[in-house]
Write a protein that binds this ligand. Structure first.
Ligand code: NAD
Length: 319
């Protein structure tokens, strides 16, 4: 098996690679060529979360699991809070094929999912990008969003305002003016990315203008929430996987409150394959509930392994 350590990933997989790989994965899910296994996610106490996301892509011959989670004490120790590793197996024999550092890959595949939703669902004339959240993932989200629309300005809110300058620096790098706003100020945004670990709604229906697209990316566990359930109910809802959206995604709260039903949520893969319509009018609010599926991790890890093999990097071990 090949070990591809975290330090090699930046040279092996680009944001563009992740976009292409994740889009193909969502399409494979729509065609039922690929499916995710149920997520295992456990609370370890003190805010730590640990679990497994796994799946099988029959068409791509990819089988594997991402093991990892969220450890909020890491930042104080000089590490990022998200920590994960991806393991790939031969789908015919079950033999281990690779172990791949999953931290950067997680950020790339998560940002790719949100960018795919913006690409497919946001209005073509979107000019103001709103960011809710300014942690580790937010920087990747901002870069990925900027690749799919011609934004002219970034506005941002974060519960911890001292984190905003880091996001502002990315906007400056991209040549975009950056402004810190309060939550009602998000009304100016054409696209809003939410990427926080919040346990309660920050963004309310009154903060979102008609025609906006929301990529809600932070809620990936029971009990997290970034936007008001009434806002989810007001929007046309899309997701990576309906089963995850209604249980661990942003839609869990609107579902629990009986405001929407699972069959009102459209897999983004169906939009990509043309099986479902995307945005239907300039004024409707579209909302992508990005829960993060195992197949996304396997897709980008496979890309890393492919490139590592081509370049003769990584470490081969017999297990
Ligand atoms: P981080 O720890 O670097 O940043 C956390 C962010 O949440 C910061 O902006 C912080 O200010 C904000 N925050 C913390 N507590 C809050 C509260 N009570 N109310 C509002 N905001 C609050 O984390 P990160 O790596 O950037 O991850 C952000 C979230 O995204 C986490 O919940 C993580 O689990 C989730 N995530 C989702 C996916 C996916 O595929 N959907 C992938 C990776 C991470």
């Amino acid at each position: 098996m090949l070990i591809v350590p975290e330090a090699l990933i930046a040279d092996l997989v680009s944001a563009e690679d992740a976009f292409t790989a994740v889009e193909a994965t969502f399409a494979a899910m729509s065609k039922k060529d690929a499916y995710n296994f149920p997520v295992v996610r456990e609370a370890l106490g003190e805010g730590r979360q640990y679990g497994f996301k796994s799946g099988l892509d029959r068409a791509g011959a990819v089988l594997g699991v991402k093991a990892g989670g969220y450890f909020p004490g890491n930042a104080a120790k000089g590490m990022i809070n998200h920590q994960s590793s991806v393991f790939l197996f031969d789908p015919d024999t079950g033999r281990p094929q690779a172990m791949v550092g999953g931290n950067l890959l997680t950020a790339l595949r998560t940002a790719a999912a949100s960018a795919i939703s913006i690409d497919r669902l946001a209005r073509g004339d979107a000019r103001v990008l709103g960011m809710v959240g300014a942690g580790h993932q937010a920087t990747f989200q901002l870069r990925a969003a900027a690749r799919v629309r011609k934004f002219e300005k970034v506005i941002a809110w974060n519960l911890h305002p001292e984190m905003l300058p880091k996001l502002g620096a990315i906007a400056a790098e991209l040549g975009l003016p950056f402004e810190a706003v309060d939550l009602p100020g998000m009304i100016e945004a054409d696209v809003i990315v939410t990427i926080t670990s919040s346990p309660a709604a920050s963004l309310m229906a009154a903060h979102v203008r008609p025609g906006a697209h929301l990529a809600c990316m932070g809620t990936d566990t029971v009990g997290k929430q970034e936007v008001e359930a009434a806002l989810v109910a007001k929007a046309r809802v899309f997701t990576d996987e309906v089963a995850q959206s209604v249980t661990i995604g942003e839609a869990q709260h609107a579902i629990k409150a009986g405001l929407i039903a699972a069959d009102q949520i459209t897999p983004i893969g169906d939009v990509i394959t043309g099986r479902a319509a995307g945005r239907k009018s300039a004024d409707e609010i579209t909302l992508f509930d990005g829960t993060g599926v195992g197949l996304q991790d396997l897709a980008v890890a496979s890309r890393a392994v492919e490139r590592a093999r081509e370049r003769g990097v990584g470490q081969s071990v017999t297990v």
